[in-house]
Design a protein. Structure first.
Ligand code: NAD
Length: 262
């Protein structure tokens, strides 16, 4: 105890019940952080917090919709009461919807922006004052390579992720004098339910069986010819959250198996 890179740090992670968020919660807990697992889905978030506690970490789950101001206020109040003021905020909650722009449901477009962009603004504005007062803090926004380059069919997701990188840069500049760092982590294709849920659609679109979509459609898009494991993204997030990354701020850092090098 005491050698972990995030020892004693309180980390609030949205969308922590699944995929990348769950991997970040597990990795941060192993590094000594105290975890607030926030997610729309209460049951898997509570199961994750229970798993982390059984392994000796401090962890709580809070059911919350990341797109709602009142829910974020409740998450931060619960975090502070149970574990202390947040040292690390990870805005990870997200969802996907694929449609051509002219067919994109207006309400769905708004919902995606609300979760992935408004949500990050709503949480950030709550943690920054105490981080400024303590002159330390880490904000990690899980963006995407979709925040850097366009993908057909993903108007809302791309707009939200591009906006999230813009928000990251502004908050990084505003907080740089206070020892706070703010970065956008931009993964490529990661093997999570968010990607797996698109396999059926891609299978009928390409006319190939669902179990071959990853090997034949997605992996070949990536120079490393594979999907990333969520733990690889979590390791990068753990570095950004650590003291060693104190000079890295306002950046969109990419982990994508070489995708955007093409
Ligand atoms: P996932 O579907 O496995 O997990 C997303 C989690 O977010 C779920 O537990 C879900 O319940 C939660 N969530 C959704 N809407 C929410 C809301 N309104 N409030 C609170 N929680 C909500 O997806 P994932 O692949 O782990 O994605 C996590 C993040 O990583 C997302 O922001 C996504 O855009 C980003 N990302 C994923 C990939 C990828 O290839 N999987 C690539 C780049 C970026």
């Amino acid at each position: 105890m005491g050698n972990e890179t995030l020892y004693g740090k309180v980390a609030v992670i949205s969308g922590a019940a699944s995929g990348i968020g769950a991997a970040i919660a597990r990795t941060f807990a192993r590094e000594g952080a105290r975890i607030v697992a926030a997610d729309l889905r209460e049951e898997p978030a509570a199961a994750l917090a229970g798993e982390l506690r059984r392994e000796g970490a401090d962890a709580i789950a809070v059911a919350a919709d990341a797109s709602l101001q009142a829910d974020w206020e409740r998450v931060m109040a619960r975090a502070e009461a149970a574990l202390g003021p947040p040292d690390i905020l990870v805005n990870n909650a997200g969802r996907q919807h694929v449609a051509q722009v002219e067919d994109f449901p207006v309400e769905t477009f708004r919902e995606l922006l609300d979760v992935m962009l408004m949500g990050a603004f709503l949480s950030t504005r709550l943690v920054v004052p105490a981080m400024k007062a303590r002159r330390s803090g880490r904000i990690i926004n899980i963006a995407s390579i979709n925040g850097l380059v366009g993908f057909p069919g993903k108007a809302a997701y791309n707009a939200a992720k591009h906006g999230l990188i813009g928000l990251t840069r502004v908050v990084a500049l505003e907080t740089a004098p206070y020892g706070i760092t703010v970065n956008a982590l931009c993964p490529g294709y990661v093997d999570t339910p968010l990607v797996r849920n698109q396999l059926a659609e891609l299978s009928s679109l390409r006319g190939i069986p669902e179990d071959r979509v990853i090997a034949e459609v997605i992996a070949p898009l990536v120079p490393q010819n594979r999907l990333l494991d969520p733990s690889e993204v979590a390791d990068y997030a753990a570095f950004l959250a650590s003291e060693r990354a104190k000079g890295v701020t306002g950046q969109a850092v990419v982990i994508d198996g070489g995708y955007t090098a093409q």
